[in-house]
Design a protein around this ligand. Structure first.
Ligand code: ADP
Ligand code: MG
Length: 667
């Protein structure tokens, strides 16, 4: 039975709770206020006339109706002076506003008149303390919700408390019930902060412990070590058309070492676009091949899979490695042929999309899987992959670099490698920020560039016009540019609502220079590599996180040509201007994300979903980073002290179930 019926019988309210994603009593108490309202006296009124003060009613109130609207007027004496107070649509207050009664008025003063936004039938003293403000849906008020919390707290016998007693003592946290009381019914900000601190710690601890637990389990799974001659690898590296950077070398060594170990590799490799991650992955695939195993590389899209296929084919051109491509767009017959190559072991390296791990695909001897831009394998996904091979090692590549300390906490179940340095000779992309929303300041440059045969990306935050947001939409820009360049250049529009085949077609046409200007939302974000496109224009750039802009900018300047990035924003905010100007002389993704985190916090920065970063309900991975890091250390201690905390394994197993269903931490 629905536990919430213990709180209310009203269908309206129950469905409001449901709309708030609240289905249990525990959900009720864990639905925290997002801010608090504090009634503070403002008197004398500030320079704009805003005021909050108590006063005594002098006369009965009068009410005027204008159709459905109403206007209530009442004379109130505030600090020995009479004011005519007007408030709209609160006619129902009239019977309570009797002469002699003290009320608190919030409003704006002009001479002897006050336009009130609120009249409360209490003195200031009666309102001391803080009122929590919740995110609620229609049908429930803050006050009602707060009452539900109070009731739920009495109904719940055992609160799920995940902090071991000795850790709670170490941090002087008190118990969870008390923390929830402090957060939902605080007397001061200090109270609320104390309560929230414990809840954040608990949330992060659950996460960190899960990560460390998964890591510990992985360490216990014994597979077979992969065996190859270092000499062959050295030769392969020597034959590359360039020398590896120091970071590439370190990473290669770490990967080779992982492969040689009898335990499973689960490594996170982060580095800017173009920093040379794919080569590193290729070397790992080669070692895996030499050890007698098949390898797979999974890309998020068809276009990227093709790109990787041609890159790897080039790398392995002078070897016996047989690279095959498996994507959804192959004909049934072609697919069948590829399946056979995979099953017989004729295929050594298989590149593709998710199609790689469908049930139909049977591997001969899968030993190594790399994913590009997936950030994490869910437990379920990893299981599916393990079923494809006995001793599968995993490498996850990400071109969204984040500071190492943060990566260690967020990807606590993985080992982290970072490539910081770019290969020598890469020209930084010339980046200019212009206030406004017009291409005028660089239109000539853009036209000259097109005339020389170049291609251009134009990025907008929205697909279509939206009345609420005064932003340039991709549709509108595509139309305007199409008209402007008619007969000279071809303009195409790309966005997420198109079918996959349509997107692929457009990307192929752009790649073949059948399209010169590609107007798009951020769907082109990941991994596209069109060497002839070296100019990018980003509209309403303040709408994007800097890391995201950096990602977009990484689409260009991948060949030897100079790249240009133009940022447009009409935001009047000093902070937005500062952030965008920062891009004019910063090119290191790690540095940019560190700055971005400092300015805004990663949730917004990386755009939750896209970033693949886990999102937390209470804690903020940047602002509360010290707590997150502490929980990582504590989790490691708990895991090491496994027996002492054995009771928690059950809990962790439960959390892992959740992970499997994909709704927490890992999707
Ligand atoms: P990522 O996968 O990190 O985006 P890639 O591995 O695709 O980067 O490398 C980008 C380009 O730089 C490729 O053309 C690659 O051949 C080249 N490259 C990689 N490593 C080096 C290096 N050490 N020196 C010069 N060029 C390199
Ligand atoms: Mg790449």
């Amino acid at each position: 039975m629905n536990e919430l019926k213990k709180l209310t019988k009203s269908d309206n309210r129950l469905s409001a709770l449901e709309a708030m994603h609240i289905t249990t009593l525990n959900d009720v108490v864990m639905h925290l206020p997002y801010r608090y309202e504090v009634v503070e006296k403002i008197w004398p009124p500030d320079e704009e006339g805003r005021m909050v003060n108590e006063g005594v009613i002098v006369h009965d109130a009068t009410v005027f109706f204008h159709g459905k609207l109403s206007r209530l007027m009442v004379k109130v004496m505030i600090e020995d002076k009479d004011y005519n107070v007007t408030i709209f649509n609160r006619h129902f207050l009239k019977p309570n506003l009797r002469p002699g009664r003290t009320v608190t008025v919030t409003g704006k003063v002009k001479g002897a008149n006050i336009t009130a936004s609120n009249i409360v039938l209490k003195t200031l003293a009666e309102q001391s303390g803080m009122t929590p403000v919740y995110s609620v849906k229609e049908g429930i008020t803050n006050k009602v919700f707060n009452q539900y919390v109070a009731k739920a707290l009495t109904l719940i016998q055992d609160l799920d408390d995940f902090i071991p007693v000795d850790f709670a003592m170490k941090y002087q946290f008190g118990d969870k019930r008390e923390a929830l009381h402090l957060v939902h019914f605080p007397k001061s900000h200090k109270d609320a902060a104390k309560g929230i601190q414990r809840l954040k710690y608990e949330e992060f601890l659950r996460f960190s412990l899960t990560m460390q637990y998964i890591k510990m389990q992985r360490g216990q799974e014994v597979g077979s070590a992969k065996d190859f001659y270092q000499h062959d690898i050295d030769q392969f590296i020597k034959d590359l058309p360039f020398t590896l950077t120091a970071d590439q070398e370190t990473t290669v060594n770490a990967i080779l070492n992982d492969l040689k170990q009898p335990t499973m590799m689960y490594r996170f490799l982060q580095g800017d676009v173009g920093s040379g991650k794919t080569v590193v992955g290729a070397i790992g695939l080669y070692a895996n091949y030499l050890a007698g195993y098949q390898g797979a590389l999974m890309a998020p899209t068809e276009v990227l899979a093709r790109q990787h296929f041609s890159t790897l084919s080039r790398f392995f051109a002078d070897t016996d490695v047989n690279v095959v491509l498996l994507t959804g767009s192959l004909s049934a017959k072609e697919k069948q042929a590829v399946y056979e190559e995979i099953a017989t072991g004729e295929a050594d390296v298989i590149v593709g999309t998710h199609a790689l791990f469908q049930e139909k695909v049977v591997y001969n001897n899968l030993g190594f899987v790399i994913t590009d831009e997936q950030h994490r394998f869910g437990v379920e996904q990893r299981k599916a992959l393990k079923n494809k091979g006995e001793n599968v090692d995993f490498l996850v590549m990400s071109a969204t670099p984040i500071p190492r300390t943060l990566a260690l906490s967020l990807y606590g179940d993985m080992d982290v490698s970072s490539i910081h340095t770019m290969p020598a000779g890469r020209k930084p992309i010339i980046t200019k920020f212009y206030k406004g929303r017009s291409m005028k300041p660089f239109l000539k440059q853009l036209k000259d560039y097109l005339a020389k045969g170049g291609q251009v990306y134009v990025i907008c935050p929205l697909i279509e016009d939206n009345e609420e947001q005064d932003l340039r939409s991709a549709t509108q820009i595509a139309k305007a540019m199409g008209d402007y360049f008619k007969g000279h250049y071809d303009v195409a529009l790309m966005h997420s609502h198109l079918k996959d085949e349509e997107k692929t077609q457009i990307m192929n046409d752009f790649n073949d220079n059948k399209i010169q200007i590609l107007v798009s939302t951020t769907v082109i974000e990941v991994g596209i590599d069109v060497k002839n496109a070296n100019m990018i224009v980003i509209y309403d750039a303040d709408r994007f996180g800097l890391s995201q802009i950096h990602q977009l900018r990484g689409r260009i300047g991948r060949g030897s040509e100079q790249g240009y990035c133009f940022l447009l924003s009409q935001s009047p905010h000093k902070e937005a201007i500062e952030r965008l100007s920062f891009m004019e002389n910063h090119y290191d993704g790690f540095e940019i994300s560190a700055y971005d985190l400092k300015m805004r916090g990663p949730g917004e920065v990386l755009g939750d979903r896209q970033s693949g970063l886990p999102t937390f309900m209470i804690g903020d991975i940047y602002r509360d980073f010290d707590i997150l890091e502490r929980t990582r250390e504590d989790a490691i201690e708990m895991i090491q002290d496994y027996y002492k905390y054995e009771e928690y394994t059950e809990y962790i197993e439960a959390v892992k179930e959740k992970i499997k269903t994909g709704n927490e931490y890992i999707d």
